[in-house]
Write a protein that binds this ligand. Structure first.
Ligand code: HEM
Length: 117
């Protein structure tokens, strides 16, 4: 069980890497847009994160306040990706506010995971 949980943590971190990496690639190239890969990474991180939110394969208590905050932040990221890709398709461009919020909130969730004890 412990090994399985570690594998799910790895999948969760891969989801984060795909989401943040694909966002960073666009930011560095000065392309203010959302991509399919960002949604793929968010979905992978979300599914693995929800699996990790249940207490299995651990001998300590989970912090549900922290997990609740991470879930809310994730839902905002998901909404921004959804609204962003719809507007981008319709208008041909994306508001920089939506683009930057996606990157900042992704980093915020990684920060909460690592720093909040
Ligand atoms: C975009 C959204 C998210 C990002 C970027 C993210 C990022 C991360 C990262 C980098 C870690 C590894 C750091 C560590 O183990 O201390 C982690 C761990 C974890 N995440 Fe997330 N996360 C996200 C969403 C979620 C959600 C929605 C949940 C559940 C509600 C969740 C639950 C967890 C749990 C339980 C761990 C600890 C794994 C363990 O040690 O057992 N995450 N997250």
């Amino acid at each position: 069980m412990e090994i399985l949980r570690s594998i799910v943590v790895l999948v969760h971190i891969i989801g984060f890497a795909i989401l943040f990496g694909s966002w960073l690639a666009e930011a560095v190239a000065r392309r203010i847009r959302v991509t399919r890969l960002m949604t793929v990474g968010m979905t992978v991180a979300a599914i693995a994160g929800l699996a990790l939110a249940a207490p299995w394969g651990i001998d300590y208590q989970l912090d549900y306040v922290k997990l609740g905050v991470k879930l809310v932040v994730l839902l905002v990221i998901a909404a921004l990706l959804g609204i962003g890709s719809a507007r981008q398709r319709r208008l041909g461009s994306l508001s920089p506010v939506i683009f930057w919020l996606i990157g900042i909130l992704t980093l915020l969730n990684a920060g909460i995971a690592v720093i909040w004890h």
